[in-house]
Design a protein around this ligand. Structure first.
Ligand SMILES: [Zn+2]
Length: 323
């Protein structure tokens, strides 16, 4: 729903409340305290009254919007503005769009990022998945050159491809090597700005702020978001230290970036493209990323990536708010 539609569909707070009610209860409101369906008519303040336990409640009682003091119309506008902005917007812009105080806009935006994180938490990945880490302030991208012609055979990786033949199909693509002059310069940024991510090829992504790039942190990402069944999943990573012991818990192929970036469909290009999006969106909106809120910013990029084909991100946010 765009802003004009929101304005037309919800001329008063009552229409907005009814819209949220649909997603929470359908036609018949139920008491969030005792479950009773014996509910009186909506009061003037738009709250209901339970005829069994005599408590009053609103559509937001015990949901993710519990205790909000803002009109639900404002929430609908915020959902509209934020789901419309593919690359995210600033709280400042939300303040202008909604005509509310900056602090309110800022709090709403973070609340909406929390809703996005709820969906992200449920993501499970399988098939061909790529994993990598990044630092948000990385100033110079890793450099890759594409080589023409057939690459010289790399027996170690040929063996890996053979091993999974018939189970996973690596779409063969470019053969890439590091640039000769492609020195990786990442600057002296704090390691606590690291983000770890896993993506399923042509599927969803998950990413979280990590304390460091150790195996323990990497394993946690895998445990929380990746199906480890050796029948279902193969993991591709570079030779990073945190990935060394992955072989013990999941099918795992290492692409040594010191030697090459892509070979017969073995690469981590999908997660690296995602890092480029993270970089652009977070740096584009926030000149100084506060470590405390980085996880929330990342959650928004993840949610938007996973909903890139969803025509109604607005409705998805309304549903999440009513959980
Ligand atoms: Zn009740």
């Amino acid at each position: 729903m765009n802003l004009i539609e929101i304005s037309n569909n919800f001329p008063t707070e009552l229409e907005a409340v009814k819209y949220f009610e649909q997603f929470r209860w359908g036609k018949n409101p139920a008491c969030p305290y005792c479950g009773s369906l014996s509910i009186g008519d909506r009061n003037k303040d738009l709250r209901f009254h339970c005829k069994d336990c005599f408590k009053s409640f609103s559509v937001t009682t015990n949901t993710n919007l519990h205790n909000t003091r803002l009109p639900l119309k404002s929430w609908l506008y915020a959902f509209g503005v934020i789901s419309d902005a593919k690359k995210g917007i600033s709280a400042k812009q939300l303040e202008r769009n909604l005509g509310i105080h900056y602090e309110t806009a800022w709090t709403m935006y973070h609340k909406i990022r929390d809703l996005m994180a709820i969906e992200n938490d449920g993501i499970r990945l399988d098939n061909i998945v790529e994993m990598d880490t990044t630092t948000i302030d990385m100033s110079i991208r890793k450099c890759q050159v594409e080589l023409k012609g057939t690459p010289k055979s790399i027996p170690k990786l040929d063996k890996e491809i053979e091993k999974y033949k018939g189970q996973f199909k690596f779409k063969e693509g470019d053969y890439k090597k590091p640039c000769k002059t492609g020195k990786q310069k990442t600057g002296g940024y704090a390691s606590n700005l690291s983000v770890g991510g896993v993506v399923e090829r042509e599927g969803n992504v998950i990413a979280h702020v990590i304390q460091n790039t150790s195996f323990a942190e990497m394993k946690k990402l895998i445990d929380d978001h990746v199906k480890k069944s050796r029948k279902e999943t193969v993991l591709l990573t570079d030779e990073g230290r945190g990935f060394v012991r992955m072989d013990n818990i999941i099918n795992h192929i290492v692409i040594e970036h010191k030697k090459l970036y892509s070979y017969r469909g073995l690469n981590t290009n999908t997660i690296e493209s995602f890092w480029a999006i993270v970089d652009r969106q977070i740096k584009g909106q926030h000149h100084h990323v506060d470590i405390e809120y980085l996880e929330k910013y990342v959650a928004e990029v993840v949610f938007k990536f996973n909903n890139r084909k969803n025509d109604d991100m607005f409705e998805t946010l309304v549903k999440l708010s009513m959980q």
